[in-house]
Design a protein around this ligand. Structure first.
Ligand SMILES: *[C@@H]1O[C@H](CO)[C@@H](O)[C@H](O)[C@H]1NC(C)=O
Ligand SMILES: *[C@@H]1O[C@H](CO)[C@@H](O)[C@H](O)[C@H]1NC(C)=O
Ligand SMILES: *[C@@H]1O[C@H](CO)[C@@H](O)[C@H](O)[C@H]1NC(C)=O
Ligand SMILES: *[C@@H]1O[C@H](CO)[C@@H](O)[C@H](O)[C@H]1NC(C)=O
Ligand SMILES: *[C@@H]1O[C@H](CO)[C@@H](O)[C@H](O)[C@H]1NC(C)=O
Ligand SMILES: *[C@@H]1O[C@H](CO)[C@@H](O)[C@H](O)[C@H]1NC(C)=O
Ligand SMILES: *[C@@H]1O[C@H](CO)[C@@H](O)[C@H](O)[C@H]1NC(C)=O
Ligand SMILES: *[C@@H]1O[C@H](CO)[C@@H](O)[C@H](O)[C@H]1NC(C)=O
Length: 303
């Protein structure tokens, strides 16, 4: 709402007031006959003004005319930033790319536009010609920004959200054991990703083992009794619409040896045995042992 007041008018019946946007007339008004008095009077014109985008750079003025001698006076109305617009409220920018958001506000005198990032101790951000400019978007530039339009009359703010989007972080793949697990042990393999949302998948030899949805920050494979055949390369993959990142782990499994295949046990006992029959039995036993040991591909020496 704008008010234009003209003081000390006489005679009021010859008075006329006109509102202009730039140099275009938008509203004309003449005082009501009932308000006429035969004396010097004041007159106020109230104008409900709803700015449109076309008006942004134009001044609103009020022109007072006294038709006695065609005496006119024009006054430019001063008003605070009333209507603030931004080119985008809610926007996302790809990592490393450029983003520009323009903020406009009407008002007279023309408002000064300042952009700042909310929640920062160093509040001013790069801003030229009403624009918020992000040249090389980084993750830390995501957040809320505020455009503050102010002039001598007042100030107005508008908040916008900037999202930075990009490929996921490199995921982590970990084995529950810090040492090489032994055959038969219970282990788990965890594939996890921090930060941005990504779909996690755990693979082995290009076969999907476990997959999570976008909400899950980790997927897990539990193996209650690990076997030698479970050894190998496992891949953890993090994927979103902007890219894929992978990590791998080479899992080796330690074989749990049969006690008889241990080479030093029968060899150490032999020389202490005196009897020939016992020795024969022992040799037989060793032969069997050797066979068994061979099948396990362990080295055994009988000499
Ligand atoms: C016009 O307004 C001025 C300033 O507000 C005031 O001093 C004056 O008395 C007013 N005149 C009339 C006729 O109301
Ligand atoms: C609007 O008014 C201000 C001061 O009142 C003036 O400096 C400026 O030039 C005017 N702008 C236009 C577009 O008329
Ligand atoms: C921004 O949000 C405001 C209200 O919060 C709304 O009036 C305006 O239309 C929005 N602008 C855009 C470009 O989405
Ligand atoms: C963008 O920012 C990244 C990280 O800060 C930097 O490594 C890269 O060189 C920058 N690129 C340009 C074109 O400035
Ligand atoms: C907007 O800017 C004006 C002028 O610099 C300042 O007085 C006002 O506190 C600012 N408002 C906000 C919310 O930052
Ligand atoms: C993600 O979690 C939210 C709430 O926590 C839920 O509403 C949404 O359905 C989940 N999305 C998926 C893909 O599971
Ligand atoms: C794996 O084991 C953990 C605890 O050891 C349990 O919380 C989790 O639910 C198990 N996951 C699956 C897929 O069985
Ligand atoms: C995995 O580790 C084992 C033992 O260190 C090694 O023999 C094997 O070549 C590795 N596999 C790959 C694909 O690197």
């Amino acid at each position: 709402m704008l008010i234009c007041t003209v003081l000390n008018i006489y005679p009021l019946e010859k008075f006329q007031i006109e509102w202009l946007r730039g140099d275009k007339s938008i509203h004309k008004e003449e005082p009501d006959v009932k308000t006429f008095h035969d004396q010097v009077q004041n007159y106020s014109s109230v104008f409900n003004y709803t700015p449109s985008v076309d008006d942004l750079e134009k001044n609103i003025s009020c022109k007072a005319t006294l038709n006695l001698n065609s005496q006119t006076r024009t006054t430019t109305a001063e008003y605070g930033p009333g209507h603030i617009t931004v080119s985008s409220n809610n926007t996302s920018v790809n990592l490393g790319e450029r983003l520009e958001i323009t903020c406009h506000a009407d008002g007279n005198p023309k408002p000064t536009i300042l952009w700042r990032k909310l929640g920062e101790t160093q509040p001013e951000v790069q801003s030229q010609n009403h624009k918020l400019i992000i040249n090389n978007a980084s993750w830390s530039q995501a957040g809320f920004y505020q455009c503050n339009a102010s002039n001598g009359v007042g100030s107005q703010q508008m908040k916008i959200k900037v999202m930075v989007v990009g490929p996921p972080n490199i995921p982590k793949i970990q084995l529950s054991h810090t040492e090489e697990p032994k055959e038969g042990e219970s282990v788990s393999i965890v594939c996890s990703s921090e930060g941005r949302s990504a779909e996690l998948t755990l693979y082995r030899r290009s076969q999907i083992i476990v997959t999570g949805d976008l909400n899950e920050s980790a997927v897990r494979l539990n193996i209650s009794s690990i076997q030698i055949t479970d050894a190998g390369i496992y891949t953890c993959e993090a994927k979103n619409s902007f890219g894929i990142k992978r990590s791998t782990i080479n899992i080796t499994v330690q074989a749990a040896h049969d006690i008889w295949s241990k080479p030093d046990l029968p060899v150490a006992i032999l020389p202490a045995v005196g009897s020939v029959s016992l020795l024969t039995a022992a040799v037989l036993l060793i032969r069997r042992c050797r066979k068994k040991a061979k099948s396990d591909s362990s080295n055994i020496s009988l000499d």
